[in-house]
Design a protein around this ligand. Sequence first.
Ligand SMILES: Cc1ncc(COP(=O)(O)O)c(C=O)c1O
Length: 433
Amino acid sequence: MKEDSEKKYIGLLPQDQLLKLYAKHVNAPKVRTFKGFGFGVIPGERSGIKFKTLAGIKSSDPPLEIYNCRSSGGVFNLGHSNPQIVQVLKDALDSGLDIGDHMLLSEWRALLGKKLADLMPPGITRTTFGVSGGEAIDTAIKFSRAYTKRKGCVSAIGGYHGHTGFALLTGNPEFRETFLWHNPDFKQVPFGDADAMRKTVTNEVSCVILETIPATGGVLIAPEGYFAEVREICDDKGVMLIMDEVQAGLGRTGQFWAIYGGMYPNEKVVPDFIVCGKGMSSGVYPLSTCSYKSFIEKKIFNEDAFIHISTTGGSDLGCAVANTMLDIQSDPKFLEHVREMGKLFGDGLKKIGNDYPDLIKDVRGRGLMWGVEFHEKDQCQISMLQIIKEGVLLNYCGNKKDTLIIMPPLIVQNNEIEEVLIRIRNGINKLRK
Ligand SMILES: Cc1ncc(COP(=O)(O)O)c(C=O)c1O
């Protein structure tokens, strides 16, 4: 953590004052919710897999040191303030690089597009850039509609692809109804059920969109063969298959792509689109990518090369950062590390599951993405609060509230995994008491 003299941007006001400002000018109900939990976590100093809060549980308490096992869904795959990444951003700024002009061509979009093409499953060679995951999902759905000249879209019940236009239509109704956003062309089916998919995918459907491991939906693991069957269904009906790897991609499962060997070693499915967000930023510069097969491009851009644009999507600075992130995270040694840490973590969580069968119903995951399902929602939510109080940040799945989702940064080390497991166990133990 930094010396006091260097902290020019952290801890400018006491926590109590910041909570008041947040409530008055940003979002009062959100502040009330966190106060209801018994703490108002505002991250202060951050480094590696930990951050410090600005104050403790009470504002007068000293800051808590927290292991970040949320990683903001993969934003912090390389931890907080990763020195290599921070240096790239500083160097790029020092070189005079900026966002760039989206109307022009870009050296960095060309370089990153090539790097992504080299890492993608075969045939996925083009990338359209965005800022957020939702934007990149919207792009994939837009392109599927333009390519197929059909309107339909099939997604998974409980899946989550963002809160933007088309993405919002693929999600659960409770996030849409407030905004009067409904479209009968968008249908949802149970995740992992190939028969339901087959019945719903008609000749009017443009795309099927799925997370490889639905995160908000409960860290669900599809049965072996499911994705290959979905691919077949899409091929039968001329439908695009969009895989959302916003959380499960970029090495999270211990393979670079979850859909390409990350779920089952022998299951390597090639979708038409792969969408990434979150981790593309390395936690310092937002970037999202919608990568797709080259035949799709012709039907989108041939008539009008400017038919889809994003002013800050694919910024030169963001691409420079992502370029280094991809080098680090696609290194076979890095992926081997994720597999090793994942095994240690998964085994530890399963042991906790076995020791508390009265509370925990199932422990499942891949690599460093784990779900712990409780018998009851209340057990899950109370244990989440207890575990946070033990100094480990994690959260329950928004669309499956009986399940905790646990995603440490991919750079986590043995001793940190052991410490986190002790704290998770302590938190769950307090719930039992
Ligand atoms: C799987 C998945 N897809 C898409 C998104 C949307 O990303 P963003 O919030 O950057 O729009 C999220 C965000 O949580 C996500 O988890």
